[in-house]
Unconditional design. Structure first.
Length: 50
């Protein structure tokens, strides 16, 4: 259950970080969302392998 809360926080924080650090617009939000999803997918992949 805890890991799902962390994943949710990553999904929420990704677009916010993208907006403020990359570009204040749709491009930054999409890049942040994509990066957050990529981080979660890699984490799930590592969890399955280990």
């Amino acid at each position: 259950m805890f890991i799902w809360i962390v994943r949710l926080l990553v999904i929420i924080a990704g677009p916010i970080i993208g907006y403020f650090q990359i570009s204040p617009g749709a491009k930054g939000i999409l890049i942040g969302t994509g990066a957050a999803i990529l981080v979660i997918l890699v984490e799930i992949l590592i969890e399955k392998v280990a």
